[in-house]
Design a protein around this ligand. Sequence first.
Ligand SMILES: [Zn+2]
Length: 340
Amino acid sequence: MNDALRHIVQRMPKAELHIHIEGSLEPELIFALAKRNNVALAFDSVETLRAAYAFTDLQSFLDIYYAGASVLLTEQDFYDMTRAYLLRAQQDNVRHTELFFDPQTHTARGVAMDVVINGIWRAVQDAHTEWGMTGALILCFLRHLSEDDAFDTLEQAMPYRDKFIGVGLDSSELGHPPEKFARVFAKCRQLGLHLVAHAGEEGPPAYIASALDVLHVERIDHGVRCLEDAALTARLARDKIPLTVCPLSNLKLRVVAQLSEHNLLQLLDAGLVVTVNSDDPAYFGGYMNDNFIATFEALPLTRQHAQQLARNSFDAAFLDVPTRQRYLNEVASFFAGQVA
Ligand SMILES: [Zn+2]
């Protein structure tokens, strides 16, 4: 990639739509919070914790991820974690972000729902006030737990309904198909919540189809395995169902052996509304611009692809019409000023 293109992908305005806020916890912050809260960690230093980030698959990552989240106890902890991510995202010219959070990871440890939501929410509000970044929260259900547990979680979150815009489905995909959560997603749909789900990361294309048909999701998180099913790919293109793709996550969790084998360009060529995202940036070796740069280095992507990806990120976001248009205008004027 030449310097001009690198500059473009770094500087262009963009939205991040697939970031698990607990996955932005850097080892240094995990240790700082552990000390503040007197939580014992199974790792004796930042270095040994970072060294444990050599994942072999989704499950080996999730085991460390839940251990890291154990240091989060107070509203200030959730605020500090979110604040650190938002500051980092701002450096990458992220203008809008939709944050996933996993309340069950915390409520199961005795941390109350209001502590979780209010801490994250306050950081998002401050980023808007201080530097104009827009943000929203998406509550994710852990799919390795039961649907009854998801219903309980939804009920606990309802007093804070004004602080989250939608629900998602994450954690261990294989063996936990979308239809397991049909009833709770139907309830969320009635409540007017936006709906998304992880599907087609490690799981088969059939999980993408059932996320659409059974859960009625508006976006697919990951979805990279859709290309194994031509009819499904055509459907995703026709219905403009966005995919929130996470290249460095796919590499780190061995969905692909190397980034040059990633199918992001084929997904774009198939006419899909592809976006680039960081997933769990502290664990997967990179934030937004790290993902863009690594992907543009590995694949024959151009300035036109960069512009498409920037536009897609705002098209796929849950924004009101004037705000979306304002961001699309920012993208257009940014690229009008570039000559590379
Ligand atoms: Zn994810």
